[in-house]
Write a protein that binds this ligand. Structure first.
Ligand code: BGC
Length: 393
């Protein structure tokens, strides 16, 4: 069956600067990932921009990305480095010439070492540094931007940086600090949203919030699953509720027994349960439908899927995931959810944070030795979806 999408629905792909560019002076630089790769040279995007723009242009009309704050601003409140600013402007112009609109992400799990050194997001007085950076982003890059994301997944950032300890500054079980981080990011979001409003009334501003489907697998998991659902989807969203749209990302089905069950930490449990999964999480596309209805019912605001994808080396699994997820999106739209667009993660394979680049999500494959790019069958499949404005399921 062919599922056709509404005329105003858009397609795109996404990456994040830190995951595709050679590391600037930021806290991820030099980190040894789970797969043994060092977070430094990621995918050489900075020297492959033309070629990468060619792939981006084959995947719909929107590209979601950001910039490396640490390369642009080497000191607090400093003027953006002109050479780095030019590098980004040239790239954004290339995209514009190819008819690609930009969804610009200001903060994607990464900021300069000097910002981290001053206490990062845990300190309210540091908000002004982000606001200064954001002002310069608006000034230099605003003319290329069609959608703004002030923050990418503040819930994943606060959880990993201050609770699980997987992200810099690697702090553990600091629940109240994690909440403080969310609230500071929320304050920053609101200030920057107003600044954008002053300059450009019509460019929508939002964040991308990570979502998942949380469930208990036994009685001991009931409370943790309920708590995780509340914290991740409600408590973490609250500081950002003033937005023009909800950007939502979805990848995972999280079971609790009472501890979270995933492929990174507990692959033996996943195998024993015999549940579908990718290299990182349990797989449940219907969970995305549940999330879409939940956000639509609660906020009645337009929604964009800002990230969705699957961690796998198997091209057929990626194609099936596209079919499954888009079927769910189509059903949600038919049921009245105001879903405006779908952005796939990711355009090409990139450095999957603390796990490393062998945790692949790309529609384009990157050879990690030569950095050569090659289109995959899943990439061709997605390209066809964007051209036909629909998917065969
Ligand atoms: C993040 C990306 C990441 C992806 C896959 C999202 O939570 O925004 O940076 O690569 O998930 O794990």
């Amino acid at each position: 069956m062919f599922l056709s999408f509404p005329t105003n629905f858009f397609w795109g792909t996404s990456t994040a600067a830190a995951q595709v560019e050679t590391a600037g002076e930021h806290p991820w630089k030099g980190l040894v990932a789970k797969d043994g790769h060092i977070f430094e040279r990621t995918t050489d995007h900075e020297i492959h921009r033309e070629q990468d723009a060619g792939f981006i242009a084959r995947f719909g009309s929107v590209y979601r990305c950001g910039v490396d704050w640490s390369r642009l601003q080497t000191k607090p409140m400093a003027k953006f480095d002109p050479a780095v600013t030019d590098e980004y402007c040239t790239f954004f112009e290339t995209l514009q010439t190819r008819g690609i609109s930009l969804m610009f992400v200001m903060h994607h799990f990464c900021h300069p070492n000097w910002f981290e050194g001053m206490g990062g997001w845990a300190k309210e007085e540091n908000i002004r540094f982000f606001v200064n950076y954001a002002q310069q982003c608006i000034k230099h890059f605003g003319k290329y931007v069609s959608w703004w994301n002030t923050f990418n997944e503040p819930n994943v950032y606060a959880y990993n940086a201050y609770f699980s300890g997987a992200f810099p500054p690697f702090q553990k079980r600091r629940y109240f600090k994690a909440n403080r981080v969310l609230d500071n990011m929320g304050r920053a979001h609101e200030i920057v949203r107003m600044l954008i409003r002053e300059k450009n009334k019509n460019t929508p501003v939002g964040i991308s919030l990570n979502t998942a489907f949380f469930k208990a697998s036994n009685i001991f998991g009931l409370l943790p699953a309920l708590f995780a659902r509340w914290w991740f989807l409600d408590r973490a969203a609250r500081p950002f509720a003033k937005c023009d749209f909800w950007g939502l990302s979805y990848y995972a089905f999280l079971l609790f027994d009472p501890f979270p069950v995933d492929m990174i930490h507990r692959p033996e449990v996943v195998r024993r349960l015999g549940l579908p999964h990718d290299k990182m999480w349990l797989y449940k596309p219907e969970g995305l439908g549940w999330v879409l209805h939940r956000f639509w019912k609660k906020y009645k605001k337009p929604i964009v899927i800002t990230e969705n994808g699957i961690c796998t080396d198997d091209g057929q699994q990626r194609i099936q995931a596209l079919r499954d997820y888009l079927k769910v999106c189509h059903e949600a739209i038919s049921a009245g959810v105001d879903l405006r667009g779908y952005i796939h993660w990711s355009t090409w394979d990139n450095f999957e944070w603390h796990l490393g680049p062998t945790f692949r999500f790309g529609l384009v494959r990157v050879n990690l030795k030569t950095m050569e790019r090659s289109m995959t069958p899943a990439g061709e499949f997605y390209e066809k979806i964007t051209k036909q404005h629909g998917v065969e399921v």
